[in-house]
Design a binder for this molecule. Structure first.
Ligand code: FAD
Ligand code: 2HG
Ligand code: ZN
Length: 479
């Protein structure tokens, strides 16, 4: 059976695009090396029609299909299971920009386009495509859609769902839904687009999308701001929202102790934060300048000066040039992750909370963790403007990695229980994949979960799309 399928897949996409010698292939493990799987083949289709043929053949053979984009997901969503039965469908050859319509402010791209390429194509048309995140040099639009990715400009422009107007999707059975509509209003029934966004390859294969573009700022003013506490960071966010309005495009928070951790773990890389105070908190903020008028500098600086005078800010540094700005953003998007990686695997949480409750969440979670796991170091940072924290735990060097990883489930439960008590979500932007699948049973409304199972039944009754991901086995028996 599998030989017949392989032969037919080869007829459809060509022998060079069906890989079967897979020992140690990097696409069978996830980005962090937490999940490892096996596969029948890794297939590289070159067009939507080829994806549809692959799906028809796989469906007829009842063979699981795991879609993969840039494989930067953080919850094992793109990693096949260990059965070796799945076809991994890697979409990097679907990388064409099909159209740019500057008057409609839209761009239509194929799912395998790398995010950064789409940003660049938009910029070449004097427009902005605002999704921006640390993995933008390798993650793909298909993966961004399938995980409903967020990143650093969500507070101004929204996450991937809000940036999407239309989709082209290949169904589990191999039909093509031509939904690439560039419309901002369309109330002709159920919104299937929103069902596919965030579905992590379990409902269909996204092959292309029509995305929103925005006016491109002519410049960006950036500041690194110091406050005494998370409460003050929340007040500062409120102040800048009020005074900067739509010009506030990013508001990222770090604890001073996180920055101290980065300095200690990456001693060869000078920390671009002089006079670091580890007891304080820091906000990295961007102000988009759409006019180039010198008045923008005043509009940017005046609220900061007022906040310094009132004592809300204890320090403010304004980037003097693009180089300084880039160093801060590199620290935010790469430095913190790199520093954690020096201690091997960490225990990650990607949580969202009502912004107002973040300060007390931080106090209570620290107290509970200290009581149960006093040796662990808390990495608290993230997208405060969206109420989204990356709340990671790292081990002290003296604690063996295996012992630390043995605590992982208990740590997750402790943190997620508190998030739940605070009315938050256990996945803000990274999705569910296999890593958080079973936790949904504990935290998600049972009716909501049952409806998800019925949706899966309607879209993929044979359960061939990404089995074992997102839906707990008791919700979707095919999983
Ligand atoms: P993959 O990892 O290949 O796949 C992810 C999931 O989507 C899988 O379930 C897969 O089956 C499915 N999928 C992929 N393509 C398709 C498709 N065409 N159709 C249907 N299903 C598909 N995320 C954020 O939201 N914000 C951040 O700030 C952020 N920063 C990151 C920084 C780093 C350094 C890294 C490594 C990751 C970060 N992420 C962030 C995680 C994020 O989910 C991904 O980077 C990105 O959205 C995944 O895209 P990908 O192409 O790599 O998808
Ligand atoms: C980010 O915002 C990513 O940099 C990942 O979403 C952060 O998990 C992390 O530490
Ligand atoms: Zn993030």
């Amino acid at each position: 059976m599998s030989d017949t399928l392989l032969a037919r897949l080869t007829e459809v996409v060509g022998a060079t695009h069906v890989l079967t010698e897979l020992g140690g292939h990097p696409d069978l493990a996830d980005y962090r090396g937490v999940y490892q799987g096996r596969a029948l083949a890794i297939v590289h289709p070159g067009s939507t029609a080829e994806v549809a043929s692959v799906m028809r053949l796989s469906h007829a053979a009842r063979t699981p299909v795991v879609v993969q984009g840039g494989n930067t997901g953080l919850l094992g969503g793109a990693t096949p299971d260990e059965s070796g039965r799945a076809v991994v469908l890697k979409l990097h050859r679907l990388n064409r920009v099909r159209a740019i319509d500057p008057s409609n402010d839209t761009i239509t791209v194929e799912a395998g386009c790398v995010l950064q390429h789409v940003q660049e194509q938009a910029a070449a048309a004097d427009r902005l495509f605002p999704l921006a995140l640390g993995a933008q040099g390798s993650c793909t639009i298909g993966g961004n859609l399938a995980t409903n990715a967020g990143g650093i400009q969500v507070l101004r422009y929204g996450n991937m769902r809000e940036l999407t107007l239309g989709l082209e999707v290949v169904t589990a059975q191999g039909e093509v839904w031509h939904g690439l509509r560039g419309l901002r209003k369309d109330n002709t029934g159920y919104d299937l687009r929103d069902a596919f966004i965030g579905s992590e390859g379990t409902l269909g294969v996204i092959t292309a999308a029509t995305l929103k573009l925005f006016p491109k700022p002519v410049g960006c003013l950036t500041a690194l701001l110091r406050v005494a506490s998370p409460e003050d960071a929340v007040s500062l966010l409120g102040l800048l929202r009020q005074r900067w309005g739509g010009a506030l495009t990013a508001f990222e928070l770090f604890s001073g102790s996180v920055l101290g951790f980065v300095r200690a773990r990456l001693p060869d890389k000078p920390l671009p934060v002089p006079d670091l105070d580890e007891a304080s908190w820091y906000a990295l903020v961007d102000y988009a300048d759409f006019s180039g008028d010198p008045v923008q500098q005043t509009l940017f600086e005046k609220p900061l000066a007022d906040a310094l005078e009132s004592g809300l800010l204890t320090d403010a540094t304004i980037a003097q040039n693009e180089g300084q700005r880039q160093k801060w953003w590199h620290l935010r998007e790469h430095g913190v992750m790199e520093a954690q990686a020096t201690l091997g695997r960490n225990v990650k949480h990607d949580i969202s909370l009502p912004i107002s409750r973040i300060p007390s969440f931080l106090v209570q979670s620290q107290a509970r963790l200290q009581q149960r796991f006093p040796a662990l170091f808390i990495i608290a940072y993230g997208h405060l403007g969206d109420g989204n924290l990356h709340y990671n735990l790292v081990r002290p060097e003296s604690l063996p990695l295996a012992e630390f990883i043995g605590w992982e489930d208990e740590i997750h439960e402790l943190v997620h229980d508190l998030v739940h008590e605070f009315g938050g979500s256990i996945s803000a932007e990274h999705g569910v994949g296999q890593g958080k699948r079973d936790a949904l049973l504990r935290y998600k409304d049972p009716v909501e979960l049952a409806l998800m199972g019925r949706l899966k039944q309607a879209f993929d009754p044979e359960g061939i799309l990404n089995p074992g991901k997102v839906l707990p086995a008791s919700v979707w028996p095919g999983a």
